[in-house]
Design a protein around this ligand. Structure first.
Ligand code: NAD
Length: 261
């Protein structure tokens, strides 16, 4: 897929979808900056890539921090001299609760991680893609906020995911003249560690369960997807095989969002 000799930044690369994608990219010969705010996660992921013969650098940064993101991108480019791909993927579920029970600091935490983090990754990463003469970006949004609105209380999360799709479409136009493609993947339920990032207030949400509907993935009779299948899609969208695809949301959910959306 022509990743050899190229460099990618993967945010949220220490777990789930980001980790699977970082491993796949490294296996294809790409040097990978594995960025997460969790040092253990980042170092473990990098050690595993190195043990498999790949090249990776651990970048410990909070995606919502201007200084930390500026420093992390600079460290990556200092190490490998270039940057060709951005996988803008770090995210949290955050608080799922009625709007009058979401505290301002809880609202800000979700918006800052998922949306400000997306902005900062692009703000510091894109100049290097321009300098490289082109490149590709993939952002991880979700079915939630784009086709599914059936999770009562996931208001802040959904707002960030819808905004990521809008950003993708704006940036596909803005960056086309720099030969930079920008696409967005919208996964349905995928088995990862993301549930741990959720603050549920189930009883508070008008008696409705806040859990993602189970048993409603038509293609798999209810079974969730795996991080590997999302990684395969991300690699395709980053690769030159997708050279005519930009500004495009791709849902990867076994038709789940068509059923409940
Ligand atoms: P995960 O929890 O396994 O991985 C998330 C990663 O982001 C972790 O490495 C975590 O440390 C990192 N992270 C979180 N906050 C951060 C911060 N402030 N700064 C830096 N790193 C931070 O979850 P995942 O499911 O792999 O999530 C990846 C993306 O996929 C998220 O954007 C999520 O919204 C999206 N998504 C997941 C699902 C699903 O069902 N798992 C569905 C739709 C969308």
């Amino acid at each position: 897929m022509q990743f050899s000799g190229k460099v990618a930044l993967v945010t949220g690369g220490g777990s789930g979808i980001g980790k699977a994608t970082a491993q796949r990219l490294a296996a294809e010969g790409c040097a990978v900056g594995v960025l997460t705010h969790d040092r253990d996660e980042a170092e473990t992921a990098v050690n595993e890539i190195a043990a498999a013969g790949g090249q990776a650098l651990a970048l410990v940064a909070d995606v919502s921090s201007e200084d930390q993101m500026k420093g992390a991108v600079a460290d990556l480019v200092r190490e490998y001299d270039r940057l060709d791909y951005l996988f803008v993927n770090a995210g949290i579920n955050g608080v799922w609760a009625p709007i009058d029970e979401i505290e301002p600091d809880e609202w800000d935490r979700t918006i800052n991680t998922n949306l400000r983090g997306t902005y900062l990754t692009l703000h510091y990463g894109v100049p290097h893609l321009k300098r490289a003469g082109g490149g590709a970006v993939v952002i991880t949004a979700s079915v939630n906020g784009t086709r599914i609105f059936s999770n009562p209380g996931a208001t802040a999360y959904s707002a960030t995911k819808a905004a990521q799709v809008a950003m993708t479409q704006m940036l596909a136009l803005e960056l086309a003249k720099f030969k930079i493609r920008v696409n967005v993947v919208c996964p349905g339920k995928i088995e990862t560690g993301i549930e741990e990032s959720t603050t549920h207030r189930d009883e508070a949400v008008a008696g409705e369960p806040v859990e993602y509907p189970e048993g409603k993935v038509p293609l798999t009779r209810g079974e969730a997807g795996t991080a590997d299948v999302v990684a395969d899609l991300v690699l395709f969208l980053l690769s030159d095989r997708a050279k005519h695809i930009t500004g495009t949301p791709v849902w990867i959910d076994g038709a789940e969002s068509l059923l409940v959306g």
